[in-house]
Design a protein around this ligand. Structure first.
Ligand SMILES: [Zn+2]
Length: 70
């Protein structure tokens, strides 16, 4: 099942720039693919989808953190 909205109907393709919130609806909950070890997430895929509006987006990871925030 894919909840990606039809082009021009709902949401926008936000892939390419890692984000913490959907630009369309403001949701901070994303649908991702992840793998687990010892009950913790150990890896996740960058391709994500806004759980609320279905817009495709890029999930953030620690390597995306700007240098000034380290
Ligand atoms: Zn959204």
């Amino acid at each position: 099942m894919s909840s990606t909205p039809p082009t021009g109907v709902l949401g926008i393709d936000q892939r390419g720039i890692p984000t913490h919130a959907c630009l369309v609806c403001g949701s901070t909950v994303f649908t991702i693919h992840a793998s687990f070890e010892d009950y913790e997430i150990v890896a996740w895929w960058m391709d994500a989808e806004c759980t609320q509006c279905g817009s495709p987006l890029t999930a953030p990871c620690p390597a995306d953190r700007p240098i000034e925030e380290l």
